[in-house]
Ligand binder design. Sequence first.
Ligand code: S3P
Length: 444
Amino acid sequence: MLGHPKPIPMTSCSSGPLNGTAVIPGDKSVSHRSLILGALSIGETKISGLLLGQDVLDTARAMSSFGAEVTDHGAGNWTVSGVGVGGFSEPEDVINCGNAGTGVRLIMGAMSTSPINATFTGDASLRSRPMGRITDPLELFGAKSYGRLEGLLPLTMVGARDAMGVTYISPHPSAQIKSAVLLAGLNAMGETTLIEPEKTRDHSERMLRGFGADIETVKSAEGFAITLQGRPELIAQDIAVPCDPSSAAFPVCAALIVEGSEVTLPNICLNPTRAGLFTTLVEMGADIKFLNEREEGGEPVADLQVKASSLIGIEVPFDRAPSMIDEYPILSVVAAFASGKTIMRGIKELRVKECDRIDAMARGLEAMGVTVEEGEDYLIVHGQDGEVEGGGIAQTYLDHRIAMSFLCMGLAAKKPVTVDDGHAIETSFPIFKELMTKLGASIS
Ligand code: S3P
């Protein structure tokens, strides 16, 4: 996916109630990690429920390029025969990670402490995203990177030979930085400690532990210190990928704003480091029930039952941001239908996602007749009490979540909502249109 010559405009229109059961695809973060850790372990990892989004398929292809045997058995069942920690071989060609920031950043981490070189690239969105936040800590291990404009893709990483563990205080609350450092630490001698200022999604820690690594998290004055012992032997695992809460967010929020809706979503990952949106929606007055709460594959999951609700704007606590960082675009759509203002602060990380999401949401909401206030690290949406005009075109900048957010808006707005390009939806939620249509949404 090196740029999309032909944009795919999509339009959604006012729809009747959304009803039924929505089976959400596998979690993107867990899918990337299961392929990468499978590739770094000994034996055959069996993965069920892998997300078949383009981002994850690009990671699967990359793992083959580094020497793992990755096999698609159909219906989300995959196996990965790993090469073991330190066993990556040098890829013969450029690694194209498409649109996937998580894919490229985690893979750079994983290869950076092996004595091999690899060149990474991606689509126009990924080529504009900062990589210095990853290459800076990887250089502490002795890796070298040569990127365009000193830190953009395409970028060549020269892996370190005989790396030693490092201690790194992450300047940003980012699970991608944390995971890249921990994956680099796997093939380094001694301990690697990553200190994060706020707790971010912890799938890497959970999965590393599951594969047999010695890893522990301690709360410290600076935040959370995660320490990994280097050079473990990782042992292949069976992984059942839970359903993606970030994808579930779209049908959940659409059901909340489309009058008369009632939707059930089984098996949604409710890891506390991911579930901030649901807490926020409940505080806004959403009728969401969490049924059959249980643990599957090391992750807490539940079945969600959602009914259309009248919502009230709130101020989202800024320290909740890491646990809902990908959900602010769809929350700002919900906020437009609420009464009163919804204030979202501490969200400057949104400026370096697949696009500048604060700007993309602000401009798109304005195009739909919604008043917003925007600053470097905040967005305030003035709720229209259920009466959103719509009728505009939202620019999506190759960003799947911006596209899906505005398509959800159109289902409850007075006039249809168009997005300039829905192409990127396939990166994370390839069955979005089909699933939403089955529930009763009108999307063309
Ligand atoms: C992800 C981490 C988050 C998130 C991304 C997935 C991950 O990025 O936005 O969609 O799987 O580690 P940051 O770590 O940059 O916040």
